[in-house]
Design a protein around this ligand. Sequence first.
Ligand SMILES: [Fe+2]
Length: 254
Amino acid sequence: MIDLHCHLLPGVDDGPQNVDESIALAKKLVEDGVKQVVVTPHMLDGVYNVSMSQLVDGIQNLQEVLQNHSIDLQVFPGADIHINAQLVKLINEEVVPTIANNKKYILLEPDNNIWGDVVDQVVFSLQIKNITPIITHPERYHVVQEDMWCLKSLAEANVPIQVTAASICGFFGKKVQKCSRELFQNGLAHIVASDAHGVRKRPPFMTEARKMMNKWLAKDVVDDIFDVYPRKILNGEYIQLPPPQKKKRRWFFG
Ligand SMILES: [Fe+2]
């Protein structure tokens, strides 16, 4: 599997604090079935300050360390980018990275208080520059739990929406798990990623999430979510998402 969202770089954010912790998490990802991972430290969140050179050097060092430890995991640059009105400018200036430097996709984390028009405006400003944002873990926000159809305009605008594997497995509680299931069943979510932070703190859960999703959705839909879309996103290829629609009984097996 490909994991598009993971805090694997040591000592830059609230992920692994040192190389040993990164190695442990990398081993856990491989055990969990991940072969390729986009390393996505927090950026523009007002807390952590990771520069592009730190990211590029960090990725290179990390790949070497993994090879030296015979860990079969390929790492790519990326970032967990918090929403910011200047985002297009910052991407153009290469202050923040796109996924695998493909200049096509970024991970975008809205704030709990910033939804609706602000998100739509930032998304639109990116799309006219041919950059597609992937909205991260909306299932964890109260505003989405209350009314998930606030994501409808984004899904209709072909914006991929990423749910966190741990949410699907119930790690964040029943409410988040139920919201995750319904987002997928309504076509309001399209990607699963680990957003892992460490072996103990926030483990990956990718295989367990996939098993759970196979109870919720048809296999070909799950394969798109875990294999087809992540591969295309990593390669910077266009994806056409199915339009959202209210859950149909035939999709629900659990
Ligand atoms: Fe994250």
